[in-house]
Each structure stands twice: as C-alpha cells, then as structure tokens.
Write a protein that binds this ligand. Structure first.
Ligand code: AP5
Length: 221
C-alpha cells in the first residue's frame, strides 16, 4: 500500500502518519523530517534548504523527488507519504517513478482542518531534542512537565517555521501550490477527504476506516 496524506501545515499529517507506522506497519516518509535532519547534520543539502524552510517556502521539486525516490526503495510492505507530493510536478514524478516499478498510489487522504485551528495547533507544537517525539502544549503535553515521555529527555525545541507569520506564509503556499493536488487525485479516483478535527484518536479511526485497516492489522507486501 502506498498512501498519501495531504493537508495544510498543522493538519495532523505527521501525527497520523506515525500512528499508521506504529499500528499498521506502514513506513512513514516525511520530506519535512528528512530536510530538517539534513539541516541538523549540516550537510550541503541542509545548507541549501535552511533559509527556504525557515521562511516557509517550498524546497525545489528535484530535491524532494530525489529524497522520496531513494526512500521508496527500502522494501517496506507499505508507505505513508507525509508532506509529499506538494506540487503537481511532484505528483507527476511520483506517478512516473512508481509506474516504472509496476506500482501505483493506493489512496490519497486529505485531512480537512479549518484555518482557525491550524495556527493554534502549529504554534503550540514542540518536540524532544533527543528523540524527536512531538508534543503540543494543550492537546498533547508531556505526562511529566518538562520530561519527554519517550526518552526522559529534558530539552525541547520549537520549529523556526512555527512562528505565526511564517505559518501564515506556509498556509498561503499550501493554498497556491498544494491544494491543486486535490482535483489531480480526485480525477484519478484516489481522493478521500476526512474531517481532521477532533481528538488524535478520533481522526486515526476515520483514517483507518478509509484505508480499510482493522485494529492492529499489519499491512503485508
Ligand atoms: P513539513 O514538516 O511537512 O510541514 P507541514 O506540511 O507544514 O506540516 P506540519 O509538520 O507543520 O504539520 P502536520 O500536518 O504534520 O501536523 P502535526 O501532526 O505535526 O514541511 C516543512 C517545510 O519543509 C515546508 O514548509 C517546506 O519548506 C519543506 N518541505 C517539506 N516537504 C516538501 C515538499 N514535498 N516539497 C517542497 N518543500 C517541502 O500536528 C501539528 C500539531 O497539532 C502538533 O503539535 C500535534 O500534536 C497537534 N495535533 C495533531 N493532531 C491533532 C488533533 N487531532 N487535535 C489536536 N491537536 C492535534
């Protein structure tokens, strides 16, 4: 299975993709995480994309297409693409890459979340510096204040692109460039839209229902 999650910044793509990985064995491929890792490591790629990302723009198509093509070859039983594709050119490149291997996208799910929720969700987000576990000040706080639930780490970081003015720029980029993917996938009969509001668990149940995944079922090749 190759599933794609589409949604505005803060719609919950990363949260839901991680749950699909944990609960159903789909491998999460998140271009944002890959690019942030490149920045952290100080690689030439990281240097090239750093200023684009902190300003809320999109990284050039050829960079992210290459990143995804490398990762789609790991032989996992299934993948959930989180944050890719983001432009029609990326969607077409993905289609062509998969076709060469006799594969195709299985499903595309758009997480619909009103803009009024988005800024609150994104500006409340923080993550553990050591293990990367993600939290939200209100919706998903750590069990013990200031201590990571997963690794016990005590240092947390806020993404530079999560400041309100950059979030607004990212929302505009989504509307300008990524929303065009909805008719693209609708035309191919692959698009489902789900309500991305409600608790994380409620959204996860809606997603599993659309993907026809039953509880704790692992996706097989
Ligand atoms: P990326 O990292 O992909 O950011 P994004 O798409 O803007 O999405 P976010 O990570 O902000 O949000 P999300 O939808 O994953 O929500 P989350 O689950 O974290 O990309 C960053 C940048 O990299 C881009 O701006 C661009 O520069 C570059 N880039 C990446 N991919 C690219 C591509 N393909 N092409 C070109 N450039 C690319 O949730 C958000 C918060 O809400 C969290 O705190 C979470 O705990 C909370 N939350 C989640 N679900 C719920 C819920 N149901 N109820 C309450 N709170 C919730």
């Amino acid at each position: 299975m190759i599933a794609i999650l589409i949604g505005a910044p803060g719609a919950g793509k990363g949260t839901q993709a991680k749950l699909l990985e944990t609960n159903y064995g789909l491998q999460q491929l998140a271009t944002g995480d890959m690019l942030r890792e490149a920045i952290r490591s100080g690689s030439p790629l990281g240097e090239r994309v750093k200023s684009i990302m902190s300003a809320g723009g999109l990284v050039p198509d050829e960079i992210v297409i290459q990143l995804i093509e490398q990762r789609l070859s790991t032989g996992a039983a299934g993948y959930v693409l989180d944050g890719f594709p983001r432009t029609p050119a990326q969607a077409e490149a993905l289609e062509q890459f998969l076709a060469k291997r006799g594969e195709a996208v299985s499903a595309v799910i758009a997480l619909d979340v009103p803009e009024s929720y988005i800024v609150e969700r994104v500006t409340g987000r923080f993550s553990c510096t050591s293990c990367g576990a993600g939290y939200h000040r209100v919706h998903r706080p750590t069990a013990i204040d200031g201590v990571c639930d997963q690794c016990g780490g005590k240092d947390f970081v806020v993404r530079p692109d999560d400041q309100q003015e950059v979030v607004e720029k990212r929302l505009a980029v989504y509307a300008d460039q990524t929303a065009a993917l909805l008719p693209f996938y609708k035309q191919r009969g692959l698009l489902s839209r789900i309500d991305g509001t409600g608790t994380v668990e409620t959204v996860a149940s809606r997603l599993a229902a659309v993907l026809k995944l039953t509880n704790q079922e692992k996706v097989s090749a």
